[in-house]
Design a protein around this ligand. Structure first.
Ligand SMILES: Cc1cc2nc3c(=O)[nH]c(=O)nc-3n(C[C@H](O)[C@H](O)[C@H](O)COP(=O)(O)O)c2cc1C
Length: 198
């Protein structure tokens, strides 16, 4: 069964929205097969069209496939290492802290980059590819090894791979391999300009 079909069985939006939004999820089971640059390119083409403040497009993706992937595996925490060994690519997401046109701080650089990463994830799901975000890695190691300049922020990493059956995962991960639920809309939206902070 396709990645999106699994989510469709479980996730039920409360009103009509594009299935694009609720059929994306973050599996960990990947086949271990590689993906060509041609297969990966559409995911980043999707990111290209994300909105950003002043159209600054602050997102940067550092993609490791094949032997480079081993170097990136070394950044990951033990839990993520277990399932990422079957990824076709590991990606470091960075963002430019300042505007290109005037060098001033771009306050929304992380916000903008979040939109771009989401586009990668949505296009990946549409193509039955796992795109799974990660914060479980050593940010300092990434900064030093990849020599990320100080005017860039390391935001996150993500894995990309061909979707596989959950039977290939270790038992404890198999149980978690299911599309997750969400808060109700009223828990994060207030229509009257007031909000009950918790
Ligand atoms: C920025 C970010 C960091 C994450 N870090 C990890 C991680 O280190 N390891 C992991 O297994 N999942 C990680 N996740 C996956 C989240 O747990 C997952 O997106 C969340 O539970 C919602 O589930 P869904 O993506 O399947 O809808 C991360 C997701 C994001 C967006």
């Amino acid at each position: 069964m396709k990645l999106t079909a699994q989510a469709k069985k479980i996730r039920k939006p409360t009103t009509d929205i594009s299935p694009l939004f609720y059929t994306r999820w973050s599996p960990r089971a990947m086949t271990g097969e590689s993906l060509t640059r041609e297969e990966l390119l559409p995911l980043f083409e999707a990111a290209r069209w994300a909105p950003s403040s002043y159209n600054n497009q602050p997102w940067r993706f550092i993609i490791a496939t094949a032997e480079q992937k081993e170097k990136f595996m070394d950044f990951l925490g033990d839990f993520n290492k277990q399932w990422c060994k079957n990824a076709a690519a590991l990606v470091v997401v960075c963002s430019a802290n300042n505007f290109t046109h005037n060098g001033q701080p771009a306050i929304t650089h992380s916000f903008d980059t979040g939109a771009a990463w989401m586009s990668v994830a949505l296009e990946g799901a549409r193509r039955n590819l796992v795109v799974h975000g990660m914060q479980g890695f050593e940010y300092d190691k990434v900064k030093q090894t990849l020599q990320i300049p100080n005017n860039y922020t390391i935001e996150a990493m993500f894995a990309i791979g061909k979707f596989a059956k959950k039977s290939i995962l270790p038992k404890e991960m198999r149980e978690k391999e299911v599309p997750s639920s969400r808060k109700e809309v009223n828990e994060f939206v207030n229509w009257d300009g007031k909000f009950e902070w918790q």
